[in-house]
Design a protein around this ligand. Structure first.
Ligand SMILES: [Zn+2]
Length: 613
């Protein structure tokens, strides 16, 4: 089943909770390593002088898949009603998932919890989507999370709404997101879907990405109808293992797992015979452990890590404040700012590391005026976690280095959407997931969509408007790394009513152009290799030109001349398209959208200008 372009699989409540049955021993707190106390003292470095390197691997060389719980406010209230904090309610569940991985002999990767993020009414209004059934939420979650996803570096999202909001026939998992309600959290199973796993195999040859029924598979890959009941996490979901033919359990081991609640009690001795053993997988039909391994590195790389590898939780001594340091590793405190405070006077300082209190996030701007000083606005790096090296995090995030270049900062509670989004550059950004961003310190380069971000629509809308005629001019670059083809493309839109973007996310199918009947777009589609003029409903006007506009990392000049009686496209100094059409000039906004599907590409523009014709 395809939802939102991303493969997902649903799981009915009847399928049962995860082994260990959900309520587990969540109250025990279990040391709470994720909120270890750091070393605290402002100005007091942690003694680590670097060199600092951000990585998708932990210090032991194990791949880290970063997972963020996203909760609605009603879910937080419901959890509180059970006498628990979100940490108490959630933390052990990732531990349980990692324990299942270890038991299943997956030791090349681990899931790292990034904690939790709480949605607010702002997120619903911005996207025009309010919490509903789980299959709705799974598609809305990335738009709700928006730019926070990059700030947290969250590869996988576990979306949890309240039971009242979202109780529905099934939990869902697939792609980046899994979707639950408070009373139904089959996390290991849904996370398995997000790592490429299917359910019980049903005669599908040569596909090992499935769960294992304890009764086993026949030679055609169908579960035997009788024998032991239940199965591993993806098939039956009452044996807390992922299938792996290399795992063979003796009767004594099974007995111990039954005692721990990891396997259900039944008469294994009768089914397996005296001295018998149970192989928990099949090399052709059930090797979810190998499926996980095959997908772990792409999963970990899907969003660059934002929490320093190996950091158990480093927090500034004051929960509501942040410390800014002249040197890496939190040494030489320059400045302390607290929640709600900003500073635009840092150009003469040289900030190299930042330590956050538990209850704040931080925005770092290379532009003194929060982006107002240039076309795009310079770099804005949002921190959800302490960073011992701004140089290292910028390198890992593919940004120009802002070490020593931070000119303005804002410190705010994570719930403060206006400050999180505060950016005074001349573009406003919209996205169904990861947002456009300014990617050069000089403030002239805008990355409309990053390579590797699948199933996403974005739009960057320019502040300035002009009366017709005018030209939209910019340099354009598309670039993709990998063997799969680059896709999908951009839309250059004009004479548009931008109002629709205030309460709706840009659709990826129309390259970020909201087809609300207003405006026009030139599509430069590098998947279909088509260029055409589209009307406000995204219907083609005139001819479609078949030509590649993929630039393979090279900047090329683009100009769109818009007059009352027609539109002309110049691409790399060639006239590609000219359509005579009467332009409805009742709206005036211009901008650039982009879209991706399973295949992706970077789409960037620089030196964007709106020029009177
Ligand atoms: Zn399922």
């Amino acid at each position: 089943m395809i939802i939102g372009g991303s493969p997902t699989l649903e799981d009915g409540e009847a399928e049962g909770d995860t082994t260990g049955d959900g309520d587990g021993d969540s109250g025990d707190g279990d040391g709470d390593p994720a909120t270890g106390d750091g070393d605290g003292d402002p100005g007091d470095g942690d003694g680590d002088a670097g060199p600092f390197v951000y990585s998708e691997y932990d210090p032991d060389g194990v791949v880290m898949i970063d997972a963020l719980f996203v909760l609605t406010e009603a879910a937080v209230d419901e959890i509180a009603g059970q006498g628990q904090t979100p940490e108490q309610f959630l933390d052990w569940r990732i531990d349980d998932l990692n324990a299942a991985l270890a038991r299943s002999l997956v030791d090349s990767s681990t899931v790292r919890s990034l904690g939790y993020h709480v949605l607010s009414e702002d997120d619903y209004m911005r996207t025009g989507a309010w919490p509903g059934p789980t299959d709705f939420n799974i598609n809305a979650a990335l738009g709700w999370l928006s730019t926070y996803r990059a700030a947290y570096g969250a590869d996988k999202i576990l979306m949890i709404a309240s039971t009242a909001e979202s109780q529905s026939p099934a939990a869902w998992g697939g792609g980046a997101v899994s979707s639950y309600w408070v009373e139904f959290l089959p996390i290991n199973h849904e996370f398995g879907h997000c790592m490429g796993g299917g359910h019980c195999n049903e005669g599908d040859p040569d596909s090992y990405n499935f769960g294992f029924p304890l009764a086993g598979y026949d030679e055609d890959g169908w579960p035997y109808p009788s024998g032991l009941s239940g199965g591993t996490m993806m098939c039956g979901n009452n044996v807390n293992f992922f299938s792996n033919p290399e795992v063979t359990l003796s009767l004594a081991e099974i007995e111990a797992y039954v005692d721990e609640g990891i396997m259900q009690a039944q008469d294994y001795a009768a089914a397996l015979g005296p001295g018998g053993s149970l192989q928990l997988g099949h090399p052709i039909y059930a090797n979810m452990a190998q499926t996980w391994r095959d997908n772990e590195l792409p999963a970990a790389r899907s969003v660059p890590t934002a929490k320093y590898p190996g950091d158990p939780g480093t927090y500034y001594a004051k929960d509501d404040c942040a410390g800014f340091y002249a040197d890496e590793g939190y040494t030489n405190l320059v400045l302390e700012l607290c929640s709600g405070e900003t500073d635009q006077d840092l150009a003469d300082q040289s900030i190299s590391s930042v330590m956050l209190g538990r209850d704040v996030h931080v925005n770092l701007y290379t532009d003194t005026d929060f982006g107002a000083g240039s076309t795009c606005g310079g770099i804005l790096e949002r921190l959800a976690f302490s960073s011992p090296s701004l140089s290292a995090i910028c390198e890992h995030h593919g940004l120009e280095n802002i070490d020593g270049g931070v000119a303005a900062v804002a410190v705010y509670p994570p719930s403060d959407r206006p400050t999180h989004q505060m950016f005074e550059g001349q573009f406003e950004f919209h996205s169904s997931g990861e947002s456009p961003f300014c990617s050069s310190v000089d403030g002239e380069t805008l990355t409309v969509l990053r390579d590797g971000v699948a199933w996403t629509g974005t739009a960057a809308i320019f502040e300035q408007t002009l009366a017709l005629p005018y030209s939209i001019e910019f340099d354009y670059l598309s670039k993709h790394v990998g063997d799969d083809p680059p896709a999908d493309g951009i839309s250059v839109f004009f004479a548009k009513d931008a109002g629709a973007y205030a309460g709706q996310v840009p659709p990826r199918e129309t390259l970020g152009f909201i087809a609300d009947g207003t405006g026009y777009a030139i599509e430069l589609n590098i998947w279909t290799n088509q260029v055409s003029l589209r009307d406000g409903d995204y219907i083609t006007i005139g001819q479609t030109v078949n030509t590649s506009t993929y630039t393979d990392g090279v900047w090329v000049p683009v100009r769109v001349d818009v007059a009352l009686d027609g539109v002309t496209l110049w691409f790399d100094n060639q006239q590609i398209l000219a359509e005579a059409v009467v332009i409805d000039d009742s709206h005036a906004r211009v901008g650039i959208g982009a879209g991706s599907g399973a295949y992706t590409s970077e789409f960037s523009v620089r030196n964007f200008a709106l020029v009177p014709g």
